[in-house]
Structure formats: structure tokens, C-alpha cells
Design a protein. Sequence first.
Length: 261
Amino acid sequence: MSKNKDFYDSKRAETYAQTVKITDPQKHSFYNLLQQFIGTYSLQDKKCLEIGSGTTGLFQDIVPDYTGTDIAESIQSNYRKPYFATNADGTYPFADNSFDAIWTITVYEHIPELDIALNEIKRILKPEGVVLFAPAWECTSWAADGYPVRPYSDFRLKGKLIKLSIPIRNARVFRLLFKIPKRLFRHSLYLLGYRHRKINYKKLKPNWEKYWMSDSDACNSIDTHDAILWFESNGFSCLSHPMPWRALTCHSAQGLVFRKR
């Protein structure tokens, strides 16, 4: 976690230069989704937390009672609302049952201690509280070395073969061949009473030296279905994709919404 914190403290402006340039929250690609979340669950007068609130706290005025948290101490001066840096062990500096609502957008794919961070959502969210969970789903292992954006001349034979294979491995049919059997197996276990206390995900090796492309610094790859199984197994109900069938067939959701039971 310390390397992760060092990277985002020292290289945040360089790595997310394009994001920092956005000063109008309405121009953010998730603005409409977030507004819908706030409106649907009547959060304007609720205590809200954004996990991974970013360099500028772009959404800090979207609700009156807003708190932001992110990994870097260095960005606190950019906030008008309360801001707290994540603890070094991956936990959040808040008491149990602190918030009525939490949202986190394109963040959890960058967290090395994924189970710790997910359990922190459960800990700090009030009973009946809601969470919008929207990581970048199914990040790829080849983003770390920038295979899609670098020319073939950058690579030796193995690298060239990896780059050549990417269009096939990215194809929906190819991915479904692996995804469907895995989902059916894990879903069947859930229906038979097994509870996924730890989330199933693929660990990735992030590139914290050079940011080639989006998610080249991702630490993990999460399937929407595995996220639903974890939340449903750990005291939440999925409001956006109710169990069992909508959860099983969930594809490339922009975000999932859960309520803590």
C-alpha cells in the first residue's frame, strides 16, 4: 500500500492530467449516473462519502453534507468540504456507521487490498444506507505495459505476439467463453447456500513507473457478477441487478447500487 500511496502523491498530476482539467462536474462521464443515484435515493439531505474523490474533489458540491477520501495527503488543500486521506493499511479514517450513502467511481480497480477496502464500505455505511459501486470493470493485464498504444517495434517476439492477440482476447465472444462457465459455477454455489466472504477477482501487476494508458496502474480486474456475489454475501442487497437472474446476466454495468441490510 505504501508504494501505491507514494505513486499517487508524487505522480497524480502527471498521471491524471486530463481528468484534472475537468472543472465542471457536469462534463464528467459519470455525472448523470451520480445525479440519478442521488435523486433516486433522496440523498440531498443525507451524509455522503465519496471514496476516491480525486485531485480536485470535483463532486464535492453535488450534495451539501459531503466528505471526500482518497489516497493522497497532498490534495487536501483543493477541498472546501471535509477531506481525509486513506490510512496506510487501506482502511478509512471514519467511525462505524458514519454515512447514509457512499459512492466510488473508477477507484476500486486501483486498490491492492481489495477485501479490506470492501469491508470498510460495510463498516462505515449505516444500516439501510446505499452505495454506488462503479470501478472500471475487467481491467486487462496488458494495459500495464501499454500494449494497445505502443508500436510493434517496441517489443520483442513475445511482446509482439501479446499485442497481436489483444483484438481476439478483447472480443466479446472470446470473453464470454470464459465468463459464462465461471459465473454459472459461482452462482450455483451461492444458490446452494455458499457465501462469498472474499471477493473473487484477478490480481494485476500495476505499472507505477510509467502511465501508458487508462488503467495501466490497475491492481485488479473485477467482474460485475463477482462484485454482486460479494455484496449479497456480506449483508447487502443489489438494487440495480437483483438476485438471481439479473445478477447472473449483468454485463458491463456502469455502476452497481447496493443497500446495506
